[in-house]
Design a protein around this ligand. Structure first.
Ligand SMILES: Cc1ncc(COP(=O)(O)O)c(C=O)c1O
Length: 392
């Protein structure tokens, strides 16, 4: 039994960790030091806000250190590293600033918004009404003029920016003032673009007028899987008061130690990392487009984020293409969104993006046997096993 379990993990590690081109934009890789902290003694321990548990003196210091670093990296007045995931961070924000029956606005899943906010997710859980933010699917941008009108008419309690499919910055600067005038609290779900925000290469939601920025710490941000909340003093403190005991009891201190170190890496290397992630996404998008792939938003330069979106005309065909690519060890989702975070963290640059595009073309457009392409995929991956943008 033990061997079976260990072998499953080992096989996964060998395959996804070493021999796959991992292009899912929700994923990234930690540095060896950050990853090592997940296995630290901290993973056995508890703390509680009411000081029920003894033995927490170093944990308390780690928490404080992490919060200070997070405030610095994101230019926030408050930070909280306890949310166990991006989804829980969304829940904390929504639950703290709404009550059942209230309305909030965010990008619809049909336009690439996060489905977890909608009726089957948090809106349903919290008894909230959710209204779509007007959006141009063609340009993959929030429609500013229509949203101004919608905010005035709907008067949402909360307006959430950010999305799961996100190619371009969202117009926080343009819309925060009208939202505030209409008494809406403005949040930015930065789950996807948090690493680009930390690296100062995307947008700065808190400076642009959002009251809070929150989300996952493991997509374009290269920390452990988990969540984070950054906010102004007033709204941050309101959330802090309620996180324990409503949303998080034990906060998983090994994760928080790892996140703290990832924040230090982001402070030191974030700018270079985020610049390269975006350069790689643009370069990959252009080459794929030149090959004839249906890459979205060509007219707008394809992307300003870590994502490249291909439109194969529906989930069915997307799944078929993603399945073929998987046979060649090229891992994407079924939308098809391609992300450049992980390959960038492994040291790939524009030259390698040309090779990645060619490998994708050989499978999807040339119809070459995926097993043959896989050999070249593995060869490329094995050249990029070290993690960059971290303390050596
Ligand atoms: C925009 C957005 N918010 C929140 C989440 C949930 O994040 P997590 O998986 O960390 O709970 C996702 C997940 O992909 C997402 O895309």
């Amino acid at each position: 039994m033990i061997d079976e379990i260990l072998n499953l993990v080992k096989n996964h590690e060998q395959w996804r960790g070493k021999k796959c081109l991992n292009l899912i934009p929700s994923e990234n890789v930690m540095s060896p030091t950050v990853r090592g902290l997940l296995a630290s003694e901290l993973g056995h321990r508890y703390t509680a806000r009411d000081r029920f548990y003894m033995g927490t003196k170093f944990i308390d210091e780690i928490e404080q250190y992490g919060e200070e670093l997070a405030k610095e990296v994101f230019g926030a007045e408050t930070a909280d590293l306890r949310p166990l995931s991006g989804h829980i961070a969304d829940l904390i924000f929504l639950a703290c600033f709404t009550k059942p029956g209230d309305t909030f606005m965010c990008v619809s899943p049909e336009d690439g918004g996060y489905p977890g906010l909608w009726n089957d997710g948090l809106a349903g859980l919290l008894g909230l009404k959710v209204v779509s933010t007007p959006f141009s699917r063609e340009n993959m941008k929030v429609d500013v003029e229509k949203t101004v009108e919608a905010v005035k008419c709907v008067k949402p309690k909360v307006l959430i920016f950010g999305a799961s499919l996100i190619l371009f910055p969202h117009p926080v600067k343009e819309l925060a003032a009208v939202a505030r005038e209409n008494n809406a609290i403005v949040g930015f779900d930065g789950s996807h673009v948090l690493g680009l925000i930390a690296g100062k290469q995307f947008q700065d939601p808190l400076k642009e007028g959002a009251h809070a920025l929150f989300g996952s710490t493991h997509k374009s941000f290269f920390g452990p899987q988990g969540g984070i909340i950054l906010a102004d003093k007033e709204h941050g403190e309101k959330m802090k008061e309620k996180i324990y005991p409503r949303f998080v009891d034990n906060a998983h201190w090994n994760r928080i130690a790892a996140l703290t170190l990832a924040l230090a890496e982001m402070k030191r290397f974030g700018r270079d990392y985020a610049e390269q992630v975006i350069r790689n996404a643009k370069s990959l998008a252009k080459t794929l487009h030149d090959y004839g792939f249906p890459v979205r938003c060509a007219r707008l330069g394809f992307t300003e984020s870590h994502q490249v979106i291909m439109d194969f005309g529906g989930y069915g065909r997307g799944k078929e293409v993603a399945g073929k690519l998987q046979e060649a060890n090229i891992i994407v989702d079924c939308v098809i969104r391609i992300g450049t975070c992980e390959v960038t963290r492994r040291g790939m640059k524009e030259g390698e993006m040309a090779k990645v595009a060619e490998l994708i073309k050989r499978v999807v457009l040339d119809g070459e046997n995926p097993e043959t392409v896989k050999k070249d995929v593995v060869k490329l991956c094995l050249e990029f096993q070290d993690i960059e943008y971290c303390f050596k």
